[in-house]
Write a protein that binds this ligand. Structure first.
Ligand code: FPP
Length: 261
């Protein structure tokens, strides 16, 4: 792999452009050490930092992290409070560093349900980093894949009602343009740590063609080496998008632009 003048590894074809991660296993990591579950979330912030830095080094363009799902409100109030405080403190301590590393931060999800102070800090961090292009870091907070499809459907319905769109014009590309990140390519690699093998309502539509990678490593233990193992596993896969293996090998295939960003 080539290196650029900063020493960063250049992206090659086998590096995913977009990696989406379910950061699971914080609670178990803490319990195994006789600590409260929230200690695992605090430790998990270190893994977030490691994966962001390694994504920059490896030339990954977009990293989407599932920090809080629409369903996580069901957890004990005290745990929800700690998670909200952690987002606040991570934004306070990390935004400047992200900006210095030319990382653009964006939060996806139903943010109106988040505490007002947190919403304001998110908006400030997004505004500060808006022009950065080295890595696009998306944090999913109060996000659900089904919510995303429903809010896109609502927006399409409003356009139909306003007479700007005919129902016959609605196809999958049209719907995709109303989802949470229509300006970015869909995830190429979908990682879940913590041993469970399910999608848990994360980027359901956008991950239709993502390569899935499940590891038993608990999120607080997911370091640069563990992340690199996932990237190496991805590099060995053949993605076919409905084509045959022979067609892919011949190079005579293409995807509509809307699928690849
Ligand atoms: C799932 O583990 C993890 C979460 C619900 C929270 C993830 C949050 C962080 C890693 C911290 C902050 C993140 C940012 C972006 C600042 P779990 O609690 O379900 O673990 P378990 O399955 O072992 O119980």
């Amino acid at each position: 792999m080539d290196t650029d003048s900063d020493g960063a590894l250049q992206r090659n074809q086998r590096t995913p452009r977009h990696v989406a991660i379910i950061m699971d296993g914080n609670g178990r990591w803490a319990r195994q050490r006789g600590l409260p579950r929230t200690a695992g979330h605090r430790e998990g912030v270190k893994s977030v930092r490691a994966v962001v830095e390694e994504s920059i080094r490896r030339g990954v363009e977009i990293l989407t992290l599932f920090a809080f799902s629409s369903e996580n409100w069901r957890r004990p109030r005290s745990e929800v409070n700690v998670l909200m405080e952690l987002f606040m403190s991570a934004l306070r301590s990390e935004t400047r560093r992200l900006h210095d590393n030319q990382v653009r931060l964006r939060v996806i999800g139903e943010r109106s349900a988040l505490p007002g102070k947190l919403q304001r800090r998110i908006a400030e961090a997004e505004a500060l980093t808006a022009a950065n292009t080295r890595l696009h870091l998306q944090v999913a907070a109060n996000y659900g894949g089904r919510w995303d499809i429903v809010q896109a459907t609502r927006r399409l319905a409003a356009e139909v009602q306003a007479g700007r769109l005919d129902p016959s014009q609605i196809d999958e590309y049209c719907l995709a343009r109303h989802l949470s990140f229509p300006d970015l390519p869909e995830p190429d690699l979908f990682i879940r740590t913590g041993g469970e093998k399910r999608l848990s309502n994360f980027v359901l539509w956008q991950a239709a063609y993502a390569e899935l990678y499940f590891t038993d490593v608990l999120w607080p233990d997911f370091d640069a080496a563990a992340y690199n193992q996932a990237l190496e596993d991805y590099a060995r896969r053949q993605r076919r998008f409905g084509y045959t293996g022979e067609q892919i090998e011949s190079g005579l295939w293409s995807l509509p632009d809307v699928c690849v960003g």
